[in-house]
Design a protein around this ligand. Structure first.
Ligand code: HEC
Length: 132
């Protein structure tokens, strides 16, 4: 009896985990933490661009990772708001992250500053529409 109970709990847990991983797509909270929270890629890139001599190699790695996260964001489902709005806003975020990556790869400081400025203004409108 006890063994059966353990077995069902384990089965249930395995099912929930695979459901979470494969059906839900990447977790937006996790993406936001890595991409945008204090200490994340966005604030780090913002700070890195302000250095008297920016470390372009580090900035390149960080912006590559930001683009990967932005790509995953578009494949996730937000906790609220309609799908069309999410498609537009998440694509806008990906486009801005890609523009940032392109400018950084070209060591184009003015271009990177402009792209990071656009990213900085994207947060509130998307949170208003899609964050609880
Ligand atoms: C395309 C939409 C979108 C954009 C753009 C966006 N966010 Fe978010 N963000 C979300 C959603 C949706 C959540 C809520 C996720 C949830 O609760 O599951 C969120 C949550 C967060 C969180 C909370 C994470 C946690 O641990 O709960 C932080 C911090 C955050 N965003 C920071 C930012 C910052 C800073 C920017 C701009 C540089 C930004 N976000 C841009 C959609 C977006």
């Amino acid at each position: 009896m006890k063994i059966t109970a353990y077995f069902s709990i384990a089965t249930l847990a395995t099912f929930s985990i695979s459901h979470f991983l494969f059906a839900q797509g990447p977790d937006i909270k996790e993406i936001m933490t890595k991409a945008n929270k204090a200490g994340g890629l966005f604030p780090q890139i913002q700070k890195g661009l302000k250095a008297p001599t920016p470390n372009w190699a580090t900035l390149k790695n960080d912006s590559d990772e930001l683009v990967s996260l932005a790509t995953m964001l578009g494949k996730s489902k937000p906790p609220k708001g309609d799908a069309a709005s999410w498609a537009t806003l998440s694509k806008g975020y990906l486009d801005e992250a890609t523009a940032l990556k392109t400018a950084i790869a070209a060591m184009n400081k003015a271009g990177a500053d402009a792209a990071i400025g656009k990213l900085a203004t994207s947060c509130t409108s998307c949170h208003k529409a899609h964050k609880n």
